[in-house]
Design a protein. Structure first.
Lengths: 89, 89
């Protein structure tokens, strides 16, 4: 068993309105920042996962992202993986 | 003026407890996933920023991150920047 560090990025799909992003954009305007556009908010989920190899680790994390971390109707996700240097093997 | 696409990652500092991450970890256990550890949740903020050059764009985004996007007591942030291909110049 090896241990991997995974990072999942979850963003709203481009076609989905992002009220949280609009609120940040408005707040930036109120603070006097101009020249800012297209603010979109997303989530990061970092986790450590034990698996036999990188392929198994990635499959596990993608399944978790689909089932629990992202809403497939509104959101899209991407998974990045690296060996867990601190706690490998 | 050029237009840049910036991505800000905001994570809780390692020393700060992450109850949202603990909740996800527990939910994963309930769903039958084992071998998962150290779940940490963070935020992504994507935005477009107009500036004369990359240095000015980065400075602007870092100031925004400090003032509005991250809580410097509990959180740390990092900024990534690229030219906005879709709407350059």
């Amino acid at each position: 068993m090896m241990r991997f560090r995974a990072r999942v990025y979850v963003m709203l799909k481009q076609t989905v309105l992002d009220p949280q992003g609009s609120a940040v954009l408005r707040a930036l305007g109120d603070l006097g920042y101009d020249g800012i556009h297209d603010v979109r908010i997303g989530k990061i989920v970092d986790l450590s996962v034990q698996a036999e190899d990188p392929d198994e680790a990635r499959a596990k994390v993608e399944e978790i992202a689909k089932r629990l971390l992202a809403n497939p109707v509104l959101e899209e996700f991407s998974v990045f993986l690296e060996p867990d240097a601190a706690q490998g093997v």
